[in-house]
Design a protein around this ligand. Structure first.
Ligand code: SAM
Length: 282
């Protein structure tokens, strides 16, 4: 896009930002023009445009169809993630909360349900799975399931494969890496590892937009991780998402947000027990 924007370019960009806000809750400031251009480059080329603004104009006029809009949204999302990101959350879950959650249950083998609500390519969901599997190895009696959801179909497809570059699993400590990942034995995929089938069987992923009015997800969830996604939303959207999510929590269940997001979360029925951890009161 030209350095000095014409009224046409400005208009098309403003309309695109408004559409992204409406569809995803993601607030793109006017300073994000080069990011938009960079992330949509492959879509511009694929659709045989030379100028990003012409691609955007066609996209917004519906000429490219709803699937193209979905792909554009997908490209706009920021999917940065890693295993054991903000490790203190997983330590707290493992050392304190799991025992607490289980102590409130009457079943012989209670089933814990955990949800990574902006799961990107799945590292957060599989980290939760590792924590749960390790707790079982230590002798805690429970069954579990982890759900990962994300707006990005591309990320959900990646997460379902459960395949990562060897570099990506370096944050997993060696003994756990050894226990829960398998190296590829093909030379072509020498740098790739896959999460073991025992974890993949219990971790499921689906595409879901946090802006939707209803979530196709069970109630009675014990723990929701909603980390590093609220930062992209405006205040109103943040409140709405937290409110919708907390309805799916079991009373006494926990909501985790990212380290920079704690201050932005206030919701009736949730009490803050740490700066980034909230508990459903009733
Ligand atoms: C930065 S990643 C965070 C991943 C992970 N929670 C973590 O902390 O490592 C943010 C994710 O939020 C997803 N996302 C953004 N807007 C969303 C929405 N409206 N509904 C669902 N997911 C959304 C993006 O696709 C992206 O994968």
């Amino acid at each position: 896009m030209p350095a000095t924007q014409t009224a046409y370019v400005q208009d098309v960009l403003a309309r695109f930002r408004a559409q992204i806000l409406k569809l995803t809750g993601i607030s793109l400031s006017a300073s994000k023009t080069s990011m938009i251009e960079q992330r949509l480059r492959s879509r511009v080329i694929e659709n045989k445009f030379t100028k990003t603004e012409d691609y955007l104009a066609a996209l917004l006029s519906d000429r490219l169809g709803p699937q193209e809009m979905e792909m554009a949204v997908d490209m706009i999302t920021t999917n940065t993630t890693s295993f054991f990101r903000e490790k203190q959350h997983f330590d707290y879950l493992s050392d304190v909360l799991l025992a607490q959650l289980l102590s409130n249950r009457r079943e012989a083998v209670p089933r814990l349900k955990l949800w990574s609500a902006a799961s990107s390519e799945g590292a957060e969901a599989f980290t939760l799975a590792i924590v749960l599997a390790e707790a079982q190895r230590r002798g805690m009696r429970f069954d579990w399931a982890v759900l990962g959801t994300d707006i990005s179909g591309r990320m959900v497809a990646k997460a379902r494969r459960g395949i990562y570059h060897a570099d990506q699993i370096q944050q997993i400590e060696p003994a756990l890496r050894h226990r829960y990942t398998m190296a590829s034995n093909s030379a072509e995929h020498g740098n790739l590892v896959r999460m073991v089938p025992e974890l993949r069987a219990k971790v499921h992923f689906k595409q879901m937009n946090l802006m939707d009015a209803n979530y196709p997800v069970d109630d009675g969830v014990d723990v929701i991780f909603l980390r590093n996604v609220l930062i992209y939303f405006e205040t109103e959207a943040r409140q709405k998402v937290v409110q919708n999510l907390q309805r799916h929590l079991r009373p006494g269940g926990y909501l985790f947000v990212g380290h920079s997001e704690g201050m932005s979360v206030q919701c009736a029925g949730l009490e803050q027990i740490k700066s980034t951890i909230l508990r459903k009161t009733s």
